[in-house]
Design a protein around this ligand. Structure first.
Ligand code: 1CP
Length: 393
Protein backbone atom coordinates (compact mmCIF):
# COMPACT_ATOMS: atom_id res chain seq x y z
CA UNK A 1 0.00 0.00 0.00
CA UNK A 2 2.86 2.32 0.85
CA UNK A 3 4.23 2.27 -2.68
CA UNK A 4 1.00 3.73 -4.09
CA UNK A 5 1.06 7.47 -3.38
CA UNK A 6 -2.66 7.69 -4.04
CA UNK A 7 -3.46 5.72 -0.89
CA UNK A 8 -1.23 7.72 1.41
CA UNK A 9 -2.75 10.02 3.96
CA UNK A 10 -1.28 13.51 3.71
CA UNK A 11 0.38 13.36 7.13
CA UNK A 12 2.38 10.23 6.44
CA UNK A 13 6.11 10.69 6.98
CA UNK A 14 5.84 14.31 8.15
CA UNK A 15 8.07 15.84 10.82
CA UNK A 16 5.69 18.81 11.19
CA UNK A 17 1.96 18.23 10.74
CA UNK A 18 0.81 21.30 12.67
CA UNK A 19 -1.01 22.85 9.72
CA UNK A 20 -2.81 19.60 8.90
CA UNK A 21 -4.02 19.27 12.47
CA UNK A 22 -5.23 22.87 12.53
CA UNK A 23 -6.88 22.48 9.11
CA UNK A 24 -8.87 19.59 10.59
CA UNK A 25 -10.23 21.73 13.37
CA UNK A 26 -7.74 20.90 16.12
CA UNK A 27 -6.50 23.55 18.50
CA UNK A 28 -2.72 23.42 18.29
CA UNK A 29 0.05 24.29 20.74
CA UNK A 30 0.87 27.28 18.55
CA UNK A 31 -0.60 28.54 15.29
CA UNK A 32 0.95 27.03 12.16
CA UNK A 33 2.00 29.80 9.77
CA UNK A 34 2.63 30.22 6.05
CA UNK A 35 2.36 33.26 3.81
CA UNK A 36 0.43 33.69 0.57
CA UNK A 37 2.96 34.38 -2.21
CA UNK A 38 5.81 33.33 0.08
CA UNK A 39 7.74 32.17 -3.00
CA UNK A 40 8.09 35.33 -4.99
CA UNK A 41 9.46 38.72 -5.83
CA UNK A 42 10.28 40.01 -2.34
CA UNK A 43 13.01 37.35 -2.17
CA UNK A 44 16.37 38.35 -3.75
CA UNK A 45 17.09 34.69 -4.54
CA UNK A 46 13.85 34.56 -6.57
CA UNK A 47 14.62 37.78 -8.46
CA UNK A 48 18.09 36.45 -9.26
CA UNK A 49 16.64 33.30 -10.75
CA UNK A 50 14.08 35.33 -12.73
CA UNK A 51 16.88 37.28 -14.41
CA UNK A 52 17.81 34.09 -16.20
CA UNK A 53 14.39 32.48 -16.67
CA UNK A 54 11.08 33.80 -17.94
CA UNK A 55 8.14 33.50 -15.51
CA UNK A 56 6.20 30.69 -17.20
CA UNK A 57 9.48 28.91 -17.96
CA UNK A 58 9.92 28.78 -14.16
CA UNK A 59 6.43 27.31 -13.82
CA UNK A 60 6.94 24.75 -16.61
CA UNK A 61 10.38 23.54 -15.55
CA UNK A 62 9.76 21.27 -12.56
CA UNK A 63 13.29 21.59 -11.19
CA UNK A 64 13.01 25.41 -11.24
CA UNK A 65 9.51 25.44 -9.73
CA UNK A 66 10.67 23.05 -7.00
CA UNK A 67 13.74 25.19 -6.31
CA UNK A 68 11.64 28.38 -6.01
CA UNK A 69 9.15 26.59 -3.75
CA UNK A 70 12.05 25.66 -1.46
CA UNK A 71 13.58 29.15 -1.29
CA UNK A 72 11.43 30.49 1.56
CA UNK A 73 11.54 27.11 3.35
CA UNK A 74 15.35 27.27 3.44
CA UNK A 75 15.57 30.97 4.27
CA UNK A 76 13.05 30.72 7.10
CA UNK A 77 14.12 27.27 8.32
CA UNK A 78 11.92 26.15 11.21
CA UNK A 79 9.65 29.21 10.95
CA UNK A 80 7.31 28.21 8.09
CA UNK A 81 4.87 25.35 8.60
CA UNK A 82 4.01 24.74 4.94
CA UNK A 83 5.38 25.17 1.43
CA UNK A 84 3.16 26.23 -1.50
CA UNK A 85 4.01 24.95 -4.95
CA UNK A 86 5.39 27.67 -7.22
CA UNK A 87 3.04 28.15 -10.17
CA UNK A 88 0.27 30.61 -11.07
CA UNK A 89 -3.51 30.55 -11.16
CA UNK A 90 -3.34 31.44 -14.88
CA UNK A 91 -2.04 28.03 -15.93
CA UNK A 92 -5.71 26.94 -16.13
CA UNK A 93 -6.64 29.49 -18.83
CA UNK A 94 -3.50 28.32 -20.65
CA UNK A 95 -4.59 24.68 -20.35
CA UNK A 96 -7.99 25.68 -21.75
CA UNK A 97 -6.28 27.10 -24.83
CA UNK A 98 -5.64 30.79 -24.18
CA UNK A 99 -2.23 32.41 -24.50
CA UNK A 100 -1.03 34.15 -21.33
CA UNK A 101 2.23 36.08 -21.09
CA UNK A 102 3.86 37.66 -18.07
CA UNK A 103 4.97 41.19 -18.93
CA UNK A 104 7.83 42.66 -16.88
CA UNK A 105 6.53 45.29 -14.39
CA UNK A 106 2.99 44.83 -15.74
CA UNK A 107 1.87 41.33 -14.84
CA UNK A 108 -0.26 38.87 -16.77
CA UNK A 109 -1.36 39.66 -20.32
CA UNK A 110 -3.72 37.77 -22.65
CA UNK A 111 -3.06 38.82 -26.28
CA UNK A 112 -6.44 37.31 -27.34
CA UNK A 113 -8.86 37.49 -24.42
CA UNK A 114 -12.48 36.33 -24.65
CA UNK A 115 -14.53 39.20 -26.06
CA UNK A 116 -17.88 37.68 -27.01
CA UNK A 117 -19.55 34.48 -25.80
CA UNK A 118 -18.82 33.00 -29.24
CA UNK A 119 -15.11 33.22 -28.36
CA UNK A 120 -15.67 30.43 -25.88
CA UNK A 121 -15.49 28.14 -28.93
CA UNK A 122 -11.78 28.93 -29.08
CA UNK A 123 -11.35 27.07 -25.79
CA UNK A 124 -10.54 23.35 -25.80
CA UNK A 125 -13.74 21.32 -25.52
CA UNK A 126 -12.14 18.64 -23.45
CA UNK A 127 -9.05 19.61 -21.49
CA UNK A 128 -6.50 16.86 -20.90
CA UNK A 129 -5.19 18.32 -17.65
CA UNK A 130 -2.50 15.67 -17.23
CA UNK A 131 -1.13 16.52 -20.69
CA UNK A 132 -1.39 20.31 -20.32
CA UNK A 133 -0.38 20.70 -16.66
CA UNK A 134 1.54 17.50 -15.95
CA UNK A 135 4.57 19.74 -15.35
CA UNK A 136 2.91 21.02 -12.15
CA UNK A 137 2.44 17.43 -10.98
CA UNK A 138 6.11 16.72 -11.66
CA UNK A 139 7.10 19.89 -9.78
CA UNK A 140 5.01 18.67 -6.84
CA UNK A 141 6.70 15.25 -6.90
CA UNK A 142 10.15 16.84 -7.01
CA UNK A 143 9.31 19.31 -4.25
CA UNK A 144 8.05 16.53 -2.00
CA UNK A 145 11.41 14.80 -2.41
CA UNK A 146 13.29 18.00 -1.57
CA UNK A 147 11.06 18.73 1.40
CA UNK A 148 11.67 15.23 2.70
CA UNK A 149 8.85 15.54 5.23
CA UNK A 150 9.96 18.85 6.79
CA UNK A 151 6.56 20.53 6.22
CA UNK A 152 3.47 19.76 4.12
CA UNK A 153 3.11 21.03 0.55
CA UNK A 154 0.09 23.09 -0.50
CA UNK A 155 -1.35 22.80 -4.02
CA UNK A 156 -3.70 25.43 -5.44
CA UNK A 157 -5.80 26.79 -8.27
CA UNK A 158 -7.72 29.96 -9.06
CA UNK A 159 -11.49 30.02 -8.53
CA UNK A 160 -13.77 30.03 -11.59
CA UNK A 161 -14.96 33.64 -11.23
CA UNK A 162 -11.42 35.00 -10.75
CA UNK A 163 -10.13 33.02 -13.73
CA UNK A 164 -13.07 34.04 -15.92
CA UNK A 165 -12.38 37.66 -15.00
CA UNK A 166 -8.77 37.40 -16.23
CA UNK A 167 -9.83 35.53 -19.38
CA UNK A 168 -12.17 38.37 -20.34
CA UNK A 169 -10.23 41.39 -19.05
CA UNK A 170 -7.04 40.06 -20.61
CA UNK A 171 -5.00 40.83 -17.49
CA UNK A 172 -5.22 42.62 -14.19
CA UNK A 173 -8.00 45.19 -13.94
CA UNK A 174 -9.36 47.87 -11.67
CA UNK A 175 -13.09 47.61 -12.04
CA UNK A 176 -13.50 44.36 -14.01
CA UNK A 177 -15.98 46.12 -16.26
CA UNK A 178 -15.64 43.78 -19.23
CA UNK A 179 -15.97 40.64 -17.14
CA UNK A 180 -18.94 42.04 -15.24
CA UNK A 181 -20.62 43.11 -18.45
CA UNK A 182 -20.53 39.43 -19.46
CA UNK A 183 -22.17 38.34 -16.21
CA UNK A 184 -25.01 40.81 -16.61
CA UNK A 185 -25.45 40.64 -20.38
CA UNK A 186 -24.87 36.92 -20.85
CA UNK A 187 -25.68 35.27 -17.51
CA UNK A 188 -26.42 31.81 -18.92
CA UNK A 189 -23.29 31.66 -21.07
CA UNK A 190 -21.32 32.98 -18.09
CA UNK A 191 -22.59 30.12 -15.94
CA UNK A 192 -21.66 27.60 -18.62
CA UNK A 193 -18.17 29.01 -18.79
CA UNK A 194 -17.81 29.08 -14.99
CA UNK A 195 -18.90 25.44 -14.83
CA UNK A 196 -16.37 24.46 -17.48
CA UNK A 197 -13.60 26.22 -15.61
CA UNK A 198 -14.70 24.52 -12.36
CA UNK A 199 -14.45 21.10 -14.04
CA UNK A 200 -10.86 21.83 -15.06
CA UNK A 201 -10.10 23.07 -11.52
CA UNK A 202 -11.40 19.78 -10.09
CA UNK A 203 -9.24 17.63 -12.40
CA UNK A 204 -6.24 19.82 -11.71
CA UNK A 205 -6.63 19.72 -7.90
CA UNK A 206 -7.22 15.97 -7.88
CA UNK A 207 -4.07 15.49 -9.96
CA UNK A 208 -2.12 17.67 -7.53
CA UNK A 209 -3.24 15.50 -4.59
CA UNK A 210 -2.26 12.34 -6.47
CA UNK A 211 1.14 13.90 -7.18
CA UNK A 212 1.64 14.67 -3.47
CA UNK A 213 -0.08 17.94 -2.50
CA UNK A 214 -1.07 17.69 1.18
CA UNK A 215 -3.51 20.63 1.34
CA UNK A 216 -5.27 22.61 -1.37
CA UNK A 217 -6.21 26.28 -1.56
CA UNK A 218 -8.66 27.83 -4.02
CA UNK A 219 -7.91 31.53 -4.65
CA UNK A 220 -10.97 33.65 -5.42
CA UNK A 221 -8.93 36.85 -5.37
CA UNK A 222 -11.62 38.95 -7.05
CA UNK A 223 -14.67 37.62 -5.20
CA UNK A 224 -14.98 41.05 -3.57
CA UNK A 225 -15.73 42.71 -6.90
CA UNK A 226 -19.19 41.12 -6.89
CA UNK A 227 -22.29 42.23 -4.99
CA UNK A 228 -23.58 39.78 -2.35
CA UNK A 229 -26.19 38.42 -4.71
CA UNK A 230 -23.83 38.22 -7.68
CA UNK A 231 -21.24 36.44 -5.54
CA UNK A 232 -23.89 33.87 -4.63
CA UNK A 233 -24.90 33.49 -8.27
CA UNK A 234 -21.58 33.58 -10.11
CA UNK A 235 -18.93 32.53 -7.62
CA UNK A 236 -20.17 30.51 -4.65
CA UNK A 237 -21.88 27.69 -6.62
CA UNK A 238 -18.60 27.00 -8.42
CA UNK A 239 -16.57 27.09 -5.20
CA UNK A 240 -19.02 24.46 -3.92
CA UNK A 241 -18.76 22.48 -7.14
CA UNK A 242 -14.98 22.34 -6.69
CA UNK A 243 -15.09 21.18 -3.05
CA UNK A 244 -17.62 18.44 -3.67
CA UNK A 245 -16.11 17.48 -7.02
CA UNK A 246 -12.64 17.05 -5.52
CA UNK A 247 -13.98 15.00 -2.59
CA UNK A 248 -16.06 12.78 -4.88
CA UNK A 249 -13.29 12.21 -7.42
CA UNK A 250 -10.76 11.32 -4.74
CA UNK A 251 -13.14 8.98 -2.95
CA UNK A 252 -13.87 7.16 -6.24
CA UNK A 253 -10.22 6.10 -6.32
CA UNK A 254 -10.03 5.56 -2.53
CA UNK A 255 -7.58 8.42 -2.22
CA UNK A 256 -7.79 10.18 1.15
CA UNK A 257 -8.85 13.79 0.71
CA UNK A 258 -6.55 16.54 1.93
CA UNK A 259 -7.84 19.64 3.76
CA UNK A 260 -9.38 22.23 1.44
CA UNK A 261 -8.92 25.97 2.02
CA UNK A 262 -11.22 28.57 0.45
CA UNK A 263 -9.98 32.16 0.02
CA UNK A 264 -12.85 34.33 -1.19
CA UNK A 265 -11.19 37.70 -0.82
CA UNK A 266 -13.52 40.58 -0.07
CA UNK A 267 -16.70 38.47 0.06
CA UNK A 268 -16.72 37.50 3.73
CA UNK A 269 -18.27 40.72 5.02
CA UNK A 270 -21.50 39.60 3.39
CA UNK A 271 -21.13 35.83 2.81
CA UNK A 272 -19.00 34.32 5.57
CA UNK A 273 -21.77 31.91 6.73
CA UNK A 274 -22.31 30.71 3.15
CA UNK A 275 -18.58 30.26 2.52
CA UNK A 276 -18.23 28.41 5.83
CA UNK A 277 -20.91 25.97 4.63
CA UNK A 278 -19.54 25.48 1.13
CA UNK A 279 -17.61 22.27 1.82
CA UNK A 280 -14.14 23.54 2.74
CA UNK A 281 -12.17 22.66 5.87
CA UNK A 282 -10.59 26.10 6.23
CA UNK A 283 -11.97 29.57 5.54
CA UNK A 284 -9.20 32.04 4.74
CA UNK A 285 -9.98 35.58 5.91
CA UNK A 286 -8.78 38.84 4.44
CA UNK A 287 -8.06 41.73 6.84
CA UNK A 288 -11.54 43.25 6.52
CA UNK A 289 -12.98 40.67 8.91
CA UNK A 290 -12.39 40.68 12.65
CA UNK A 291 -11.17 37.22 13.70
CA UNK A 292 -13.25 37.01 16.89
CA UNK A 293 -16.40 37.91 14.94
CA UNK A 294 -15.53 35.42 12.20
CA UNK A 295 -15.21 32.71 14.84
CA UNK A 296 -18.72 33.29 16.12
CA UNK A 297 -20.25 33.56 12.68
CA UNK A 298 -18.60 30.34 11.48
CA UNK A 299 -19.65 28.47 14.64
CA UNK A 300 -23.24 29.61 14.21
CA UNK A 301 -23.21 28.63 10.54
CA UNK A 302 -21.84 25.15 11.28
CA UNK A 303 -23.00 24.15 14.76
CA UNK A 304 -22.23 20.49 14.05
CA UNK A 305 -18.92 21.16 12.38
CA UNK A 306 -18.20 20.62 8.72
CA UNK A 307 -21.15 19.09 6.92
CA UNK A 308 -19.49 17.25 4.06
CA UNK A 309 -19.43 13.49 3.93
CA UNK A 310 -16.89 11.12 2.55
CA UNK A 311 -13.28 10.24 2.77
CA UNK A 312 -10.83 12.74 4.01
CA UNK A 313 -10.17 15.25 6.65
CA UNK A 314 -11.18 13.18 9.70
CA UNK A 315 -14.38 12.53 7.78
CA UNK A 316 -17.35 14.77 8.49
CA UNK A 317 -17.96 16.76 11.61
CA UNK A 318 -14.77 18.56 12.45
CA UNK A 319 -14.82 22.27 13.15
CA UNK A 320 -14.04 24.77 10.43
CA UNK A 321 -10.60 26.31 10.83
CA UNK A 322 -9.81 29.93 10.06
CA UNK A 323 -6.76 31.26 8.22
CA UNK A 324 -5.33 34.74 8.00
CA UNK A 325 -5.47 37.63 8.24
CA UNK A 326 -2.97 40.44 8.87
CA UNK A 327 -3.02 43.34 6.43
CA UNK A 328 0.08 42.70 4.26
CA UNK A 329 0.91 46.44 4.32
CA UNK A 330 1.81 46.17 8.01
CA UNK A 331 4.99 44.43 6.85
CA UNK A 332 6.12 47.86 5.64
CA UNK A 333 5.64 49.58 8.99
CA UNK A 334 8.68 48.23 10.82
CA UNK A 335 9.32 45.59 13.47
CA UNK A 336 7.51 47.35 16.31
CA UNK A 337 4.27 47.71 14.37
CA UNK A 338 4.52 44.12 13.13
CA UNK A 339 4.92 42.83 16.67
CA UNK A 340 2.03 44.93 17.99
CA UNK A 341 -0.30 43.80 15.21
CA UNK A 342 0.66 40.14 15.52
CA UNK A 343 0.03 40.25 19.25
CA UNK A 344 -3.36 41.84 18.60
CA UNK A 345 -4.19 39.16 16.05
CA UNK A 346 -3.29 36.43 18.56
CA UNK A 347 -5.16 37.78 21.59
CA UNK A 348 -8.89 37.10 21.70
CA UNK A 349 -9.69 40.01 23.97
CA UNK A 350 -8.20 42.37 21.43
CA UNK A 351 -10.44 40.96 18.70
CA UNK A 352 -7.87 38.42 17.55
CA UNK A 353 -8.04 34.67 16.94
CA UNK A 354 -7.56 33.92 20.62
CA UNK A 355 -7.10 30.57 22.33
CA UNK A 356 -10.17 28.70 21.09
CA UNK A 357 -10.72 27.22 17.68
CA UNK A 358 -8.29 26.14 15.03
CA UNK A 359 -6.24 28.84 13.35
CA UNK A 360 -3.64 28.92 10.59
CA UNK A 361 -1.75 32.22 10.74
CA UNK A 362 -1.18 34.03 7.44
CA UNK A 363 -1.55 37.45 5.88
CA UNK A 364 -4.95 38.57 4.60
CA UNK A 365 -3.60 38.56 1.01
CA UNK A 366 -0.27 37.90 -0.70
CA UNK A 367 2.99 39.44 0.45
CA UNK A 368 3.96 42.31 -1.85
CA UNK A 369 7.29 42.67 -3.71
CA UNK A 370 8.72 45.57 -1.68
CA UNK A 371 8.78 43.85 1.70
CA UNK A 372 12.16 43.40 3.42
CA UNK A 373 12.60 39.63 3.93
CA UNK A 374 13.87 40.31 7.46
CA UNK A 375 10.57 41.97 8.34
CA UNK A 376 8.77 38.83 7.21
CA UNK A 377 11.09 36.82 9.46
CA UNK A 378 10.04 39.05 12.35
CA UNK A 379 6.38 38.43 11.50
CA UNK A 380 6.94 34.66 11.56
CA UNK A 381 8.85 34.79 14.86
CA UNK A 382 6.15 36.91 16.49
CA UNK A 383 3.46 34.46 15.35
CA UNK A 384 5.38 31.62 16.99
CA UNK A 385 5.85 33.59 20.19
CA UNK A 386 2.41 35.11 20.74
CA UNK A 387 0.30 32.25 19.42
CA UNK A 388 2.11 29.87 21.79
CA UNK A 389 1.54 32.24 24.69
CA UNK A 390 -2.16 32.51 23.92
CA UNK A 391 -2.55 28.73 23.47
CA UNK A 392 -0.93 28.16 26.85
CA UNK A 393 -3.36 30.39 28.72
O1 1CP B 1 7.59 38.64 -12.64
C1 1CP B 1 7.29 37.77 -11.81
O2 1CP B 1 8.14 37.08 -11.25
C2 1CP B 1 5.84 37.56 -11.61
C3 1CP B 1 5.37 37.62 -10.19
C4 1CP B 1 4.46 36.44 -9.89
C5 1CP B 1 4.72 35.41 -8.98
C6 1CP B 1 5.92 35.25 -8.10
C7 1CP B 1 3.23 36.16 -10.52
C8 1CP B 1 2.59 36.94 -11.57
N1 1CP B 1 2.73 34.97 -10.00
C9 1CP B 1 3.61 34.49 -9.06
C10 1CP B 1 3.49 33.23 -8.30
C11 1CP B 1 2.20 32.87 -7.71
N2 1CP B 1 0.96 33.32 -8.10
C12 1CP B 1 2.02 31.95 -6.68
C13 1CP B 1 3.20 31.14 -6.14
C14 1CP B 1 3.20 30.46 -4.91
C15 1CP B 1 3.31 31.35 -3.69
O3 1CP B 1 2.26 31.76 -3.17
O4 1CP B 1 4.42 31.61 -3.23
C16 1CP B 1 0.64 31.90 -6.39
C17 1CP B 1 -0.07 31.11 -5.31
C18 1CP B 1 0.01 32.77 -7.29
C19 1CP B 1 -1.44 32.95 -7.37
C20 1CP B 1 -2.00 34.09 -8.12
N3 1CP B 1 -1.62 34.58 -9.33
C21 1CP B 1 -3.13 34.81 -7.71
C22 1CP B 1 -3.93 34.50 -6.46
C23 1CP B 1 -3.29 35.04 -5.25
C24 1CP B 1 -3.39 36.52 -5.05
O5 1CP B 1 -2.38 37.12 -4.75
O6 1CP B 1 -4.53 37.05 -5.14
C25 1CP B 1 -3.40 35.80 -8.67
C26 1CP B 1 -4.50 36.83 -8.65
C27 1CP B 1 -2.45 35.64 -9.71
C28 1CP B 1 -2.34 36.41 -10.96
C29 1CP B 1 -1.05 37.07 -11.06
N4 1CP B 1 0.11 36.43 -11.40
C30 1CP B 1 1.17 37.29 -11.31
C31 1CP B 1 0.66 38.55 -10.92
C32 1CP B 1 1.48 39.79 -10.72
C33 1CP B 1 -0.71 38.39 -10.73
C34 1CP B 1 -1.70 39.47 -10.26
C35 1CP B 1 -2.01 40.39 -11.36
C36 1CP B 1 -3.13 41.36 -11.02
O7 1CP B 1 -2.84 42.38 -10.37
O8 1CP B 1 -4.26 41.10 -11.39
Amino acid sequence: KKSNPECRRPEEGLQNDLILRAARGEETERAPVWVMRQAGRYLPEFRQLREKHEFFECCRTPALAAEITMQPIRRYAGLLDAAIIFSDILVIPQAMGLVVEMLPQKGPHFPDPLVEPSDVERLRKKVDVEKELGYVYEAIRQTRRLLDGQVPLIGFCGAPWTLMAYMIEGGGSRGFEKAKKWLFKHPEQSKELLERIADVCIDFLVGQVKAGAQLLQVFDSWAGELSPSDFRTFSLPYLRQIASGVRDALSRTSTPCVPLICFAKGALGHSLPEVAKSGYDVVALDWLVEPSVARRVVELANPGGNSYKGLGANEAGHKIALQGNMDPSILYAGKEAIEREVEKMCRARKGGFGGQGAWIANLGHGITPGVDPEDLRHFLKCIHKYSREVAGQ
